[in-house]
Design a binder for this molecule. Structure first.
Ligand code: ATP
Ligand code: MG
Length: 167
């Protein structure tokens, strides 16, 4: 069983270079239920989402990672302050090789990151979806992972993972 905050921390470390021009805000409570998952796959999912958030939003803007427990699941969200994703593309961005904007062709990318994310998340029994923020322009990716029955209710780590890093 794994505490999501640990994996978020590892992914943020690995993504440090590609997010160096962004502000990073993390809010993962210490009392989240533990999850049954493959930490290597889960970290890769978070890394791909951080890579996108940094690539498709302006430098100096804020990338926010937040988590909470919800009705038998743990939710992890990554949101940015970029242009967001057109409504009719929200499902297609998970297709292999799909890229939204013509302009994206000048940015390095193959259109594989999100299809890998969905494959990994679903292989661990979870779900991932894309949406746009309602409070301001920006994309938000939501991962929902089921809390296993045998998991203790509270995996209290005593220490909250809360990062507030300026660019
Ligand atoms: P790579 O294989 O290197 O990840 P990619 O980033 O183009 O290439 P995906 O990560 O699968 O591929 O993303 C698919 C497309 O979805 C992107 O090309 C981009 O058009 C759109 N997209 C993904 N994340 C965001 C985001 N945070 N904001 C806006 N558009 C996004
Ligand atoms: Mg990508």
């Amino acid at each position: 069983l794994h505490y999501v905050g640990d994996i978020v921390g590892t992914a943020l470390n690995r993504a440090r270079k590609i997010t160096s021009e962004h502000k990073i805000e993390v809010d993962i409570p210490p009392d989240l239920p533990m999850l049954k998952l493959d930490p290597v796959l889960f970290e890769q999912v978070l890394f791909n989402l951080l890579d996108n958030a940094a690539k498709y939003s302006p430098s100096g803007s804020t990338i926010r990672v937040q988590g909470w427990a919800d009705n038998g699941s743990v939710i992890v969200q990554i949101m940015d302050e970029g242009p967001g994703i057109p409504a009719h593309d929200l499902e297609r961005v998970f297709d292999t090789f799909y890229r939204v904007r013509k302009g994206d062709q000048v940015r390095a990318g193959t259109g594989l990151g999100l299809s890998i994310c969905r494959g990994f998340v679903e292989s661990m029994g979870g779900a991932i979806s894309a949406a746009n923020r309602t409070d301001r322009p920006g994309a938000v990716f939501t991962i929902r992972m089921p809390v296993p029955n045998e998991a203790p209710d509270v995996g209290n780590r005593g220490e909250e993972l809360s990062v507030d890093r300026s660019a």
